[in-house]
Design a protein around this ligand. Structure first.
Ligand code: GAL
Length: 366
């Protein structure tokens, strides 16, 4: 509630500062009449993953189409200090709204104090920014559902309801400084933990906490290294210890795990069930090659569209569209959020979901 009021306050302050009203016209018409286009700062974490490149491109294109000028920056290779500097420059450079996908959700508290002082609303993009009362809104996917879908997929593919078991599983999640990990891992464990507790799913390594399963920076090299160790220690090989499933919170971690598993002799005929998230191109190729079983598709075009809608509403002094006011507390209160819907993608539906929708081109996956 506190945050809802704060969101509304940010909105009123910005509208007053801009002298904007709700004309019912397109943003471009409102923005460009007689004045320079309002500048929107967009901070993305890294270019090293396909999804953030798409996020940045989509946001820039859609914001420009709506009549805004865009300052789009990427934080090097997930470099926190670079991102902090970029955000400070955006604030000093007069942006009217900030859209930020944080590298480290807890590292922006200081930098965003200046945004608050200047009545610049901050939209947390995909990842929640923690411990800052400058955050007005949050646009993301239903992150708990992403994890639950991965867990449910494993349960159904193994057919835990009917199969005797026990089945071996290992767990891999992402960067511990990314608040999303709590929701991805939490969602997955809400489905898997009862089966681990009952003994039907067995984690031979005993590594079941976020800290034990984390992958710094969501790095494929790091998840590969950890998994090679697990293979070595527990002899997870065809002919050795059977490995039935690996929960991977996203595609970049899944790619590292796949590399390790292929290196240990697993192939498309006996490959353990592996999950992912993002439908990044290399992961989709792995799905087609039978060395990753699923990914969770989060259409970044829709997330960008919802975020641009929020920006536009803030600039015009109207109420941004939200659909969740209970889930995401950033340590200063609940941040009003819009949660987009994730979708499970497998060999069975990738054509409809990814190709027919134009998200990927057929030529890219051949
Ligand atoms: C998460 C994001 C995922 C994935 C991951 C690695 O915060 O929600 O889609 O991309 O970061 O960058």
């Amino acid at each position: 509630m506190k945050k809802l009021l704060k969101g509304a306050a940010a909105l009123t302050a910005l509208a007053l500062a801009l002298g904007a009203g709700c004309t019912g016209k397109g943003a471009g018409e409102t923005q460009n009449r007689g004045a320079a286009a309002a500048k929107i700062g967009v901070a993305m974490p890294t270019k090293s993953l396909q999804r953030w490149n798409q996020d940045g491109d989509n946001l820039k294109r859609q914001l420009e189409a709506a009549g805004y000028a865009v300052d789009l920056q990427y934080g090097g290779e997930n470099d926190i200090q670079i991102q902090v500097g970029q955000i400070e420059n955006m604030i000093a450079g007069g942006v009217k709204v900030l859209v930020i996908a944080a590298i480290d959700g807890g590292s922006l508290t200081e930098a965003l104090k200046a945004a608050k002082e200047k009545n610049i609303p901050v939209i947390a993009y995909d990842r929640l920014i923690m411990n800052s009362d400058a955050v007005s809104y949050y646009a993301t996917f239903d992150n708990t559902k992403v994890g639950a879908m991965q867990g449910q997929f494993i349960v159904e593919r193994i057919d835990l309801a009917n199969a005797a078991g026990p089945f071996n599983i290992e767990l891999v999640t992402g960067a511990p400084d990314d608040n999303n990990v709590n929701f991805f891992f939490g969602g997955a464990m809400s489905v898997l933990k009862p089966h681990i507790d009952s003994g039907k799913l067995v984690v031979q390594s005993g590594q079941t906490t976020i800290a034990q399963c984390a992958t710094p920076n969501w790095s494929s090299e790091e998840s590969q290294k950890r998994f090679e160790n697990l293979i070595q220690t527990y002899n997870y090989r065809p002919g050795g210890t059977k490995l039935d499933a690996v929960l991977c919170s996203n595609d970049s971690t899944s790619i590292g795990v796949t590399n390790a598993l292929v290196g240990a002799g697993w192939n498309r005929d006996n490959f353990p069930i592996t999950t992912g998230q993002d439908c990044d191109l290399p992961a989709v190729k792995n799905i087609l090659a039978g060395v990753q079983t699923m990914s969770v598709f989060k259409d970044t075009r829709i997330l960008a569209e919802k975020t641009v809608g929020m920006v536009d509403a803030l600039i015009k002094g109207s109420q941004p569209e939200i659909n969740d006011t209970t889930t995401y507390d950033n340590g200063t209160g609940v941040i009003p959020s819009y949660l987009c819907e994730p979708v499970v993608v497998t060999l069975d539906n990738y054509k409809a979901m990814l190709l027919d929708s134009g998200y990927l081109q057929e030529s890219q996956i051949q």
